[in-house]
Design a protein around this ligand. Structure first.
Ligand code: ADP
Ligand code: MG
Length: 373
């Protein structure tokens, strides 16, 4: 199983990145397709592998197939093509389906799905009836301490805050010592000011318990903050599976580029071995043939502006974001470009500016080509 093996380097500096945990592959999806009834598949030809201890994020817009992927892994949905291997064992194929309770999978749902009539203690102990009483109590106490809810074990779910309920749901899933923990948008029901804190807590808990996890999110910042690797889905297909750094700096398609951060696409033409655009020339890194129409992906962090009476671009908007000013610029062609400047660089709307792009690498896409990776 070699799908998960990949040397990681920072796309910009070329420096090696910290390796994801070097453990064995725990879960592998090979060319998995899943269709609800007949009709268009909800996910199509998905291949990815996860190593022990790794945190993988499934990232993509609503309806792209994230939840379906988790449901396939958990065994709630059969596959129409492909195979799923869990701990080296075939658990799903078009001809076979190992039941959810016979897969070592833990799940935390969007709404936590705690049992309302059970106290915290019994929610966490729910799946542990096979254990002797002493062992069960010991495991529940350890988990209560891990999630910081010791003392609240006799409360009912409705007597807890959203964040506390989420911790109980996590503890309940971890109590089973799952081979893989699946988390479906676990922060979506929390107040925004709780999300950052819970994200850090969850990350810490996953590392401390050495849990292999798949986290579903539509928020690229969350994916970048948590993941060893990110799988970007679009319309049920895997667009890119890579380190967060590679996804951001070397997106495989304009869709990925746009989804994981602000990106502009400046049209260019291959001439004399370079890419000619109205904001200067760029290296023809993909070796496109002369005359090919391309677009250059440019991030606002790489665009620098200097006010000048001879400037060819014009400031049309400024968004103050605290740590930066994000400027919208109109180029002579009418195309729009964005520039991120320090929070103290203030240029009024209408200012004429010169534009310098200081990118250490260039991301090029051919114009009019299908965007799939
Ligand atoms: P996400 O979690 O990324 O928002 P989903 O996996 O829930 O996406 O959905 C993927 C696609 O499958 C969508 O087009 C959705 O409408 C469809 N879908 C999801 N669940 C069902 C279902 N139970 N029956 C039929 N279609 C479904
Ligand atoms: Mg979903």
């Amino acid at each position: 199983m070699s799908l998960g093996q990949r040397q990681r380097h920072d796309a910009i500096s070329g420096n090696p990145l910290p390796d994801p945990p070097p453990g064995p592959t725990v879960l592998e999806l090979r060319h998995v397709t899943c269709a609800y009834e007949q009709g268009r598949p909800a996910i199509c030809d998905i291949s990815l592998a996860i190593r022990e201890g790794e945190i993988l994020c499934l990232l993509g817009p609503s309806g792209c197939g994230k939840t379906t992927t988790l449901r396939v892994i958990a065994g709630f949905e059969p596959v129409t093509a492909g195979e799923v291997y869990l701990e080296g064992r075939l658990v799903s194929s078009p001809d076979s389906l190992v039941a959810t309770e016979r897969r070592r999978i833990g799940m935390v749902f969007q709404d936590y799905a705690l049992f309302p009539h059970l106290r915290v203690l019994d929610n966490i102990a729910f799946g542990l009836h096979a254990l002797p009483k002493d062992e069960r109590q010991a495991r529940v106490s350890t988990l209560l301490a891990l999630i910081g809810l010791t003392g609240l074990e006799r409360r009912y779910p409705h007597e807890l805050s959203g964040g506390q309920q989420q911790r109980v749901a996590l503890a309940r899933a971890l109590a089973q010592k799952p081979a893989v923990l699946l988390l479906d948008e676990p922060f979506s029901n929390l107040d925004p000011d709780m999300t950052g804190k819970m994200r850090e807590e969850l990350y810490d808990l996953l590392l401390r318990t050495k849990t292999t996890a798949i986290l579903v999110t539509h928020d690229h910042e969350e994916a970048f903050a948590m993941a060893d690797r990110v799988a970007v889905l679009r319309d049920g297909r895997l667009e890119q599976f890579d380190s967060p750094e590679a996804i951001y700096h070397t997106p495989a398609s304009p869709f990925v580029a746009d989804f994981v951060g602000q990106a502009d696409f400046v049209p260019g033409l291959i001439e004399n071995g370079t890419v000619a655009t109205e904001i200067g020339s760029f290296p023809n890194q993909k070796g496109f043939a002369a005359g090919t129409k391309v677009v250059v992906m440019i991030r606002p962090d790489d665009v620098h502006i200097a006010p000048s009476a001879q400037g060819t671009a014009r400031v049309t908007a400024r968004q103050f974001r605290g740590s930066e000013n994000l400027y919208t610029l109109q180029l002579p062609s009418g195309d729009i470009l964005h520039s991120s400047e320090t929070s103290t660089s203030i240029y009024p709307i209408g200012t004429l500016v010169n534009v310098h792009v200081l990118a250490t690498h260039t991301v090029l896409f051919e114009q009019g080509r299908p965007t799939s990776a």
